[in-house]
Design a protein. Structure first.
Lengths: 155, 289
């Protein structure tokens, strides 16, 4: 029985070790860590900002709808999943922490865990050393991007 | 409330099913003495998952998306291997039991001490971290509302209750029937776990084809409906299945089921007393174990 314990413990330590080595991201909001809030409702997926400095970004996703929801951060092609927070029950919130390179991304929610995603919007990670320039045409660009990519949001 | 309840139910069902079959089998072959091994595996998985979940929720470091999906995917594939091993181990011990070779059962069980712990550990721990993260999120929300935590707890309790009901039913049927049914069920469950693992690895970007869907019946079987939950929780049926998932499912289920049917028939004829020259069961290479 002792042997069994030792093996199982070894396995546990191994799993933990792999976990710690392979994919840890800092939870504490450091100077370079941007915290954004996402509100996932039945019909919308509102992110508190549509751009943030590249680096560690924390999306705190709150489910205000009455279905289980998922939050997706997609690459510029609108398909590849960069990050995903699953199993967010009604009334709950979950964090997705991602390390983003500068570039454009999409955010979307999927209440009900199936069918079309809702509230797909463009999200930009800006270069950290350059001064952040506010793009007045941002809204227009988002609209264009939304309609351009509307056909690919089926998953 | 209902949605959170269904999440708890879904996460608990598959583990409850596998552990129930394992326990019923051990009890049926009168080896209650190895039951503690199963409980050790279950407890270790629960504690480890809750611990890691708490660490990731409240600790200094969280888990990146890719790491979480990769761990989930790899654990699923390992779990498939272990459940397959369990099915063929049960087949072997059942055959020995029919031939009254009690000594052989003892021998197999000695060698499988660690195996039993691992099956129970992985059956529960596979989705444990994901479930623990969900539970801790519900705990964090208790300042505002206790309904999500209550719903999730009730869901997991229902899964365990269903397991107990199935257990009671299984004790009533005879060993050979029990064996044929549970073996086939376990292989289908394991195939589902494998295809789920493939899906995790596709999401992590390790495997291609995340958007190449073989079929999408989300409209007919909504993932958040109660029947969608039951299908997902027991068979890991995904209403939107990719080609690679379906291929993995078939590539595992078809040969494994064929081998299982062939071997269990072989066992039956061997145990038959009328047969004068029992064929010595050729050491069939076990494809997966």
């Amino acid at each position: 029985m002792l042997r069994v314990f030792r093996y199982a413990r070894l396995l546990g330590v191994g799993v933990l070790g792999v976990t710690l080595l392979s994919g840890c991201v800092a939870n504490n909001p450091a100077a370079s860590n941007t915290a954004l809030a996402v509100d996932s409702s039945a019909t919308n997926c509102a992110v508190s900002a549509n751009e943030a400095p590249a680096g560690s970004i924390r999306f705190s996703v709150t489910n205000s709808g009455d279905q289980v929801t998922e939050f997706y951060l997609l690459a510029a092609d609108g398909l590849r999943i960069v990050g995903e927070a699953e199993n967010i029950g009604p009334g709950l919130s979950r964090d997705l922490v991602v390390q983003l390179d500068a570039g454009s991304y999409f955010t979307a929610c999927k209440p009900g865990m199936g069918g079309d995603s809702v509230g797909k919007a463009e999200f930009t990670a800006t270069k950290t050393d350059a001064a952040t320039t506010v793009n007045v045409d941002r809204a227009a660009q988002v609209d264009t991007a939304n309609s351009d990519h509307a056909s690919s949001v089926t998953n | 409330m209902l949605a959170n309840y269904l999440i708890g139910l879904r996460e608990g069902l598959e583990a409850a099913l596998i552990v129930t079959i394992l326990i019923a089998y051990i009890v049926k072959i009168n080896r209650r003495d190895v039951l503690p091994r199963i409980w050790i595996g279950v407890s270790l998985a629960v504690l480890l998952a809750l611990g890691i979940g708490a660490l990731l929720t409240y600790g200094t470091y969280g888990l990146s998306f890719t790491a979480q999906e990769t761990i989930g995917g790899v654990l699923s594939i390992v779990a498939t291997g272990l459940v397959t091993w369990m099915v063929f181990w049960m087949l072997r011990t059942a055959r020995d039991l029919k031939g009254h070779l009690q000594g052989n059962i003892d021998k197999h069980l000695v060698g499988t001490g660690l195996g039993l712990v691992l099956v129970a550990f992985l059956a529960v721990g596979r989705e444990g971290i994901e479930t623990a993260l969900f539970l801790w999120a519900a705990v964090q929300a208790t300042g505002a509302t206790t309904m999500p935590l209550l719903g999730a707890a009730l869901g997991i309790a229902t899964a365990i209750g269903l397991g107990a009901l199935i257990y009671a039913g299984m004790l009533k049927i005879n060993l050979s029937k029990f064996f044929t049914y549970t073996g086939a069920i376990l292989i289908i469950v394991a195939a589902g776990v494998l295809s789920y693992g493939v899906h995790d690895l596709q999401e992590a970007g390790f495997l291609p084809g995340l958007h190449a869907l073989a079929f999408n019946v989300s409209a007919a079987v909504p993932p958040d409906s109660w029947y969608g939950t039951l299908l997902k929780g027991t068979l890991n049926f995904s209403p939107a299945t990719t080609w690679l998932e379906m291929f993995a499912w078939l590539a595992y289920a078809v040969p494994t089921l064929s081998l299982f049917i062939k071997k269990s028939r072989q066992g039956r004829t061997n145990a038959h007393p009328v047969q004068t020259a029992p064929q010595t069961p050729a050491p069939v290479p076990v494809a997966a174990h």
